[in-house]
Write a protein that binds this ligand. Structure first.
Ligand code: BTN
Length: 247
């Protein structure tokens, strides 16, 4: 991952850039990374926009072709990528780096980055998986509505961080986890993912169908459902059903 790196000054979205290459059947080596100094139409999860200061942060996408995965197993890829990013960031930041289910990158109670995975399917197999990653690296000033919820590596470390060093660590750590996924070691992968989750095994409030519930994250299913322990009872939720409160 990342051996083949294409750096763009400006693009709408690095995810779109790969999607267009794949749609036009352009030859593309698995593991290719497209990064951009500036995205003018960066996309986040749930049709959000992803805005970052040009040149200060990492915005990139990597192209994978997980032909070994069945479509219902796609959350496993999500896990492998999230663990890889977390492991890479822990090289720079000793404590507090977590994955907020399903795949936000958090430091303590603030968001440092996010992942947007878009899969292109061909029948019942993966034609491509586009892993888009946005990480706040050297940005220190955030829009007012994000000011108390966002952070960056520079804010945490109090020094400038070399973008390419971070990119290289993320790529090599994702590759490690991707190979582990390929080898079929799902149980270990799931354990690492769950134990690295923000609010794992910690009582916290969630909003579910307009109601506030209190529970502890105890695990995540292979399909990616969040398992909460609520009053001694385990309940499973999908991404649309539940929301973390205050974040
Ligand atoms: C989120 O937290 O909502 C996910 C953000 C993902 C942003 C990245 S930046 C590189 C890639 N290209 C995009 O348009 N989005 C992803």
């Amino acid at each position: 991952v990342g051996q083949n790196l294409i750096k763009l000054l400006e693009v709408d979205s690095t995810n779109n850039f790969i999607k267009d290459l794949v749609s036009n059947s352009e030859p593309l080596t698995e593991g290719t990374v497209i990064m951009a100094d500036h995205q003018f139409a960066g996309r986040g999860q749930q049709s959000n926009v992803w805005r970052t200061e040009p040149g200060l942060n990492l915005t990139f996408s990597l192209y994978l072709k997980p032909a070994f995965l069945a479509i219902p197993q796609q959350f496993l890829l999500n896990m492998a990528v999230s663990i890889g990013i977390r492991n890479a960031l822990q090289i720079f930041i000793k404590e507090g780096v977590k994955i907020k289910w399903p795949n936000d990158i958090y430091h303590n109670d603030r968001k440092m980055g996010g992942v947007l995975i878009e899969n292109m399917l061909a029948g019942s197999t993966f034609k491509a998986s586009i892993i888009g990653i946005g990480l706040n690296v050297n940005q220190c000033i955030f829009a007012p509505e994000l000011a108390d919820r966002a952070t960056s590596m520079k804010v945490i470390l109090q020094e400038d961080v070399n973008l390419i060093r971070v990119l290289a660590e993320i790529c090599s750590n994702i590759e490690k986890q991707y190979l582990r996924l390929k080898s079929g070691n799902y149980k270990e992968l799931l354990n690492d993912y769950v134990s690295g989750l923000y609010k794992f095994d910690t009582l916290a409030s969630y909003r579910q169908n307009g109601e506030i519930i209190e529970g502890k994250i105890v695990s995540v299913t292979e399909a990616g459902m969040l398992v909460l322990l609520i009053n001694g009872e385990k309940k499973e939720y999908n991404f649309k059903e539940i929301e973390f409160l205050n974040h």
